[in-house]
Design a protein. Structure first.
Length: 207
């Protein structure tokens, strides 16, 4: 029997995650069954269970992928030269990632994918493995955002008399709030985020 290449295994795993993401975005976690995933991916029960033992494992994989996408996007922003204004980088990168994830999930709007993120947060209250995945994702994001904040501090665009961690945690809270607004109201545009950030960041300079 011919050996299956690692590339094929990775592609099949990605196919399953993509199908699960579409199901979760369309129907929610609780209304989605493993049978729905089999149908969405056009794969057999055995083919899916070879990679994931349960729906909870699929939820963890979808959450981990979302974090990886966000982390990589912001990591690339730290390497930009010259660096753009922080409000522009945050709004552009974040809105682009939401749009990409929504497209991959087959959602008609970024609001639908934001709703999926809220579901992930809610599931963390009942699932310790998912909570661990989420904490690891935030830890990775914290590292990348710390590098980003330090780059702006070194460039003189952010004050250095405030601990980097405090700035990072505040920016994370702002982005989380943006996700909540996008999920609940659907009108949180990238322009709104950029304009609000710019106003807050330049408040002292304008007085």
């Amino acid at each position: 029997m011919a050996r299956v290449s690692q590339a094929h295994l990775d592609a099949r795993r990605q196919q399953i995650i993509a199908g699960a993401r579409r199901c979760f975005t369309r129907n929610g976690f609780h209304a989605t069954s493993m049978q729905d995933v089999f149908k969405e991916t056009d794969l057999s029960t055995g083919a899916v269970y070879r990679y994931f033992n349960s729906k909870d494992e699929l939820i963890q994989a979808v959450a981990a992928e979302a974090f990886t996408s966000m982390r990589d996007a912001f990591a690339s922003a730290t390497r930009e030269t010259p660096i753009r204004p922080l409000d522009e980088v945050l709004s552009d990168v974040f809105s682009r990632v939401l749009e990409e994830q929504a497209h991959q999930a087959g959602a008609e709007s970024t609001g639908a994918f934001a709703e999926l993120i809220l579901q992930v947060w809610g599931e963390c209250l009942r699932s310790e493995p998912l909570a661990i995945t989420l904490r690891r994702g935030y830890e990775d994001m914290h590292v990348v955002w710390s590098e980003l904040v330090r780059a702006y501090q070194e460039a003189g665009q952010l004050p250095t008399n405030v601990p980097t961690d405090h700035v990072v945690r505040t920016l994370m809270a702002l982005v989380q709030g943006y996700i909540v607004q996008q999920a609940l109201f659907g009108d949180a545009s990238s322009a709104m985020l950029r304009n609000g950030l710019h106003t807050l960041m330049t408040a002292n300079a304008d007085t």
